[in-house]
Ligand binder design. Sequence first.
Ligand code: CP
Ligand code: NVA
Length: 312
Amino acid sequence: MPAHFLSADDLSAAELIAVLDRADELKADRAARMRAGTALPREELRGRTVAMVFEKPSTRTRVSFQVAVTELGGAPLPLSSAELQLGRGETVADTGTVLARYVHAIVVRTFGQDRLVELAEASSAPVVNALTDLEHPCQALADLQTFREVHGGFSGRTLAYVGDGNNVANSLLLAGAKVGLSVRVAHPEGHAPDAGIVARAEQLAAGSGARITLTTDPVAGVAGADAVYTDVWASMGQESEADERAGRFVPYRVTAELMGHAADGAVFLHCLPAHRGEEVTAEVMDGPASRVFDQAENRLHAQKALLATLLA
Ligand code: CP
Ligand code: NVA
């Protein structure tokens, strides 16, 4: 296993599949424990503290990591940068050095990937990317878990991502290419995923049998796909661009009509939070093909599997 999980590219294909298998086992075990009355206790993180540093808002990531650590017998320590000296200008490197003297892992949500890398380089404890402007690899783990629950595997299947080529799209490209899931991204002109990540995904896909396709045509992107995925048009930190994007992104809205071009049995995915009437219609978001709340739940299981593996 790598020292840190900063990118979906940090796990090999075999490590990724092993994390997904473990996530499935932990999900089944939790369901059995809940039927018996409690999800506690497991022992994987007994005696370990996991700091969670958030420089951006979060509902799913914050809560699912906190519950994941607790249910594995560890102690979560949620921290917002406003409460830390980080918010008053202490460097990320010094913050990483110091936190690692106290805790066994550090989960970080921040802006630039360079900020995360700087913190990880200074930290003797594993660092986990809980979203940066470039990537959202924990989301991709839960997305692959959800896709496999629905379709049974990845090989020969296609996931179509429609909309902004953002952090979520970048991590899906890398994770999909690793496990042999073809990924198509249909994006507005000027909003393609990161070029370096696309090149790396193409390289990985050549080895796994997946295909990476970029297009500006949403119908061509979705045609015959097994899952249609979208995300917000303006990510955290891009609020000032929201109005201008809202006009130009309309052809990339996931509607029932667009879903009609996907394969029979195709599901709708979204990392959430969603804006009904913007990137997706309420009809699709709340319709029978939507698996968005399974995705959100799977964050818990996938992150438990990741932490248990990183801290083994
Ligand atoms: N999908 C996701 O990461 O959601 P939050 O921003 O609520 O954590
Ligand atoms: N692309 C979104 C994902 C939120 C979970 C953002 O970065 O705001």
